[in-house]
Design a protein around this ligand. Sequence first.
Ligand code: PLZ
Length: 446
Amino acid sequence: MATTEVPQERRIVTEIPGPKSRELQRRRLAAVAQGVGSTLPVYVHRAGGGIVEDVDGNALIDFGAGIAVTNVGNAAPRVVAAAAEQLGRFTHTCFMVNPYEGYVEVCEALNRITPGDHEKRSILLNSGAEAVENAVKIARSATGRSAVVVFDHAYHGRTNLTMALTAKNMPYKQGFGPFAGEVYRMPMAYPFRWPTGPENCGPEAAAQVVEQVTKQIGAHNVAAFVIEPIQGEGGFIEPGAGFLPAIAEFCRENGIVFVADEVQTGFARTGDMFACEHEGVVPDLITTAKGIAGGLPLAAVTGRAELMDAVHAGGLGGTYGGNPAACAAALAALEAIEEDRLVERAREIGATLLSRLRALAAEYDVIGDVRGRGAMVAVELVAGGGDRTPNTEALAEVVRHCHAQGLVLLTAGTYGNVIRLLPPLVIGDDLLDEGLRILEEAFARL
Ligand code: PLZ
């Protein structure tokens, strides 16, 4: 299922990272601020399908997709052709100066494919964090209220407001305060760690949230709930069944804007076009980025026309939001998702990942939980033998082995003990199988 000329096979010709990568890493440490890290410092030469090729000629299997971005594949031919054609005509005018059709077309497409058949409007931005910030601005403007409710384990970005929305201190918030006010954190329905068991998690967590919001904030003061339908950086936490619908219902009853942050879960990733669809939840606003444009920087807020249009003219915008090349790429990426049936493909990938990882969990008791949907699947590592203490040592061992064998693998989680699998949706079955075999081998060596 190769989408580019990059050969779809793993090839390891040096140690990982190889000499050229190590030399680049040396230059990088002298030039790039150390605040920005890299999971696996092999420097990239080209990438396509399920392969990332490095400067030493190694070909690695990609189980990260640039953190759930290249869902349609890296350098997907349709995306590259569309962006290149646009770049040859004009690179930028600023939509707020001279508009262009691509921006309008992307908004039309988002209004069509996001959940709900109500009248919608969209705005385009550059990053996921910027989308979340704008969703909060829109919700506050439309409701005239200020409080924002977020959840344990949430991740919404690194800007000042989104740091306040994000749960985890290290590395995201440490030393960067003071943070924005009027942000309230509520319990998350985390089935694996719910005290009375996963089957009670959804309804009990929802009841706690309703109780606390009512008593501590007052529902009538709340502008928005912001929630990831499956939490990403927080550890691929799929909320207990019934939690999201109950929260959405509470929002509806109280005039609160329900914002689904689908920056990581969107665009076929979870085996639905958007993860909210799984429980039939229709958000008032939805934030998107990452998978939207096949690797070019683009983000959006889409939502109910009456909310989106509540903001005064000139109140929203930015120099680069909806850059023309990114818009052309987005239209091509959406075409690829729909024509290549990547929603179905994500489900197939999910079935393979879950069955192989569940078999592995039956063998190794350091695997406490296997969870996720579609091509967004994780394993949570624990001490084992009934002890759910996060096991970061085992995680480090497993990841080290996988990286050395040429498998790009990411981690996540509040406790730093979750391995997350996010392959591009165009990865072939043979690479998927080979990547899983490397992972299986890593557990066997523990
Ligand atoms: N909302 C749900 O997952 C970005 C962050 C990586 P930006 N997740 C990857 C890192 O360590 O910076 C993300 C997300 C959700 C918002 C964001 C923010 O998106 O495009 O990184 O700003």
